[in-house]
Design a protein around this ligand. Structure first.
Ligand code: NAG
Ligand code: NAG
Ligand code: NAG
Ligand code: NAG
Ligand code: NAG
Ligand code: NAG
Ligand code: NAG
Length: 425
């Protein structure tokens, strides 16, 4: 003789719910959606038999703290369209609901960040949190989750950071991330074999539309408009019924087809830096010599200078710089670049200045000819790759550089702009 289910949906009910609702300890289903219930949300704490909660479309005004504690059997929490709720944070006590399949709380005045607790929900399939005020990054624990239906679109402030984690959410069917502040490139979604609906419009995504997205055979509708995407105009297969990619994007041409080789090379350079937004705003069109920031060309339309001084760039120095065969000056100083100086830069016969000072580079320094002014100061780890063999003699000829004659790294401080190679010379 215990109540196990309450179903009063769409009954034009108003007024508030009793605060002791959770004395119905055998309750498994609570359906009160589509009424005008107001006042505080009922505390449901410790209703360990409760499996399904439907409280959508009401006029509740607040969520008591700890309301969702101890809901160890919960499968569905659906409470979207509660627009009068006081702003509240994502309820982290839900981690006790380890059988959760559906969490829907769209348009419910949630704010703050999405907590990194999604590895607590191995069965979660539907996460619908559109039209709230979330900010911050996508949680790392999305990676490997079984989420199929991910709706995080139209956040008032906006979620930010990259959407890289999507590449490891292999069960995704429908992804709505539009109207946020996401940055960085579209990830490789080739492992998301059932993804049919991908809405990424109205963000600040950069980089080239990946070939793996265009070749996906599951995709049916995709929106990429109003981002900062670069490279060739995307071309999708016939399985895609609806694709939009206009607006603020910076594709190299208005019709499909490859970009100019110099544009390709510079996009590859930008890719090695994670496609920073700064390298999309002015890098528009198919001519790198037409007003692109940080680029100087000669009269033949060949790039002779790339200057990224002081841009807070992270990432690596792209070997693609070697394709800019007329390059004379490459200035990368005062950034946070890691990795090593690509050896193929030695093929740049016109190179006069390579300034990589004040970064975080490591590895061996290629042996540039004395005609190259090389500045590597302020890279604590540079030259730390152990040199092979103890042959010992000072480098001979004009080609040596980078380490001091005794094999130690070049001094990291002092600010001298004279390279050891020049001293040796
Ligand atoms: C609930 O909200 C609706 C509109 O969102 C309003 O028309 C209705 O009067 C409200 N009901 C109560 C009881 O406040
Ligand atoms: C739920 O159970 C826990 C542990 O038994 C207890 O500490 C807590 O007070 C209970 N909460 C409510 C609202 O009954
Ligand atoms: C939305 O969230 C942001 C960031 O947390 C906050 O500054 C802002 O006040 C919130 N807006 C509203 C209307 O609550
Ligand atoms: C994408 O397609 C699916 C199925 O055709 C449809 O249900 C969904 O609403 C579409 N999404 C958008 C944003 O148009
Ligand atoms: C750079 O040059 C190499 C060799 O000519 C070529 O294979 C490669 O596609 C070029 N890369 C870019 C980004 O242009
Ligand atoms: C490098 O990164 C660190 C930490 O992220 C930051 O404090 C520093 O300002 C950055 N330096 C430059 C030159 O961008
Ligand atoms: C420099 O890079 C190393 C890894 O290569 C990293 O551990 C270290 O934190 C970086 N230092 C700065 C100041 O960014």
């Amino acid at each position: 003789n215990r109540v196990t289910s309450i179903n009063l949906s769409s009954m034009s009910l108003s007024g508030s719910l009793p605060s002791n609702l959770n004395s119905l300890t055998q309750l498994t289903t609570l359906s009160l959606q589509s009424n005008s219930l107001s006042g505080p949300f009922p505390s449901l704490a410790n209703l360990s038999s409760l499996q399904e909660i439907y409280l959508d479309t009401n006029n509740f005004t607040s969520i008591p703290s700890g309301c969702f504690q101890g809901l160890s059997s919960l499968k569905v929490l659906s409470m979207s369209q509660n627009i009068y709720l006081d702003p509240w944070f994502f309820p982290t006590e839900l981690i006790q609901a380890s059988s959760l399949v559906t969490l829907a709380a769209g348009n419910a005045n949630l704010y703050g960040s999405l907590p990194d607790i999604f590895d607590s929900f191995p069965n979660l399939q539907n996460l619908r949190l559109s039209y709230n005020n979330f900010s911050g990054f996508l949680p790392k624990s999305f990676s490997g989750s079984g989420i199929q239906n991910l709706w995080l679109n139209n956040q008032q402030f906006g979620l930010s950071g990259t959407i890289e984690v999507l590449s490891n959410m292999t069960q995704l069917n429908q992804v709505w991330l539009h109207k946020n502040l996401f940055t960085g490139p579209i990830p490789d979604i080739s492992k998301c074999e059932t993804l049919f609906d991908l809405q990424l419009r109205d963000n600040q995504l950069t980089g080239i539309v990946p070939a793996t997205l265009m070749s996906s055979t599951a995709l049916q509708n995709v929106s990429l408009d109003n981002n900062k995407l670069q490279g060739p105009l995307p071309v999708f297969g016939s399985n895609v019924k609806k694709a939009t990619f206009d607006g603020t994007n910076s594709f190299c041409q208005t019709k499909p087809g490859p970009c100019d080789p110099q544009v390709n090379t510079l996009l590859e350079v930008a890719g090695a830096l994670g496609y920073p937004i700064l390298l999309t705003e002015s890098w528009e069109g198919n001519n790198a010599c037409d007003g692109w920031s940080f680029i100087v060309c000669d009269t033949q339309g060949k790039v002779i200078t790339v200057n990224f001084e002081n841009k807070h760039f992270t990432g690596i120095i792209s070997p693609a710089f070697a394709n800019l065969t007329s390059l004379k000056n490459l200035v990368l100083k005062n950034n946070n670049l890691t990795g090593s100086i690509p050896a193929n830069l030695l093929t740049l016969t016109q190179l006069q200045l390579l300034d990589v000072s004040n970064n975080n580079l490591s590895g061996e320094i290629p042996q540039f000819p004395y005609t190259v002014k090389l500045i590597t100061t302020g890279n604590v780890l540079i030259g730390t790759t152990p040199s092979s063999g103890g042959g010992g003699g000072p480098p001979s000829g004009s080609g040596s550089n980078g380490t001091t004659p005794n094999g130690n790294p070049a001094p990291a401080s002092g600010g001298s702009s004279v390279s050891p190679g020049m001293i040796a010379g």
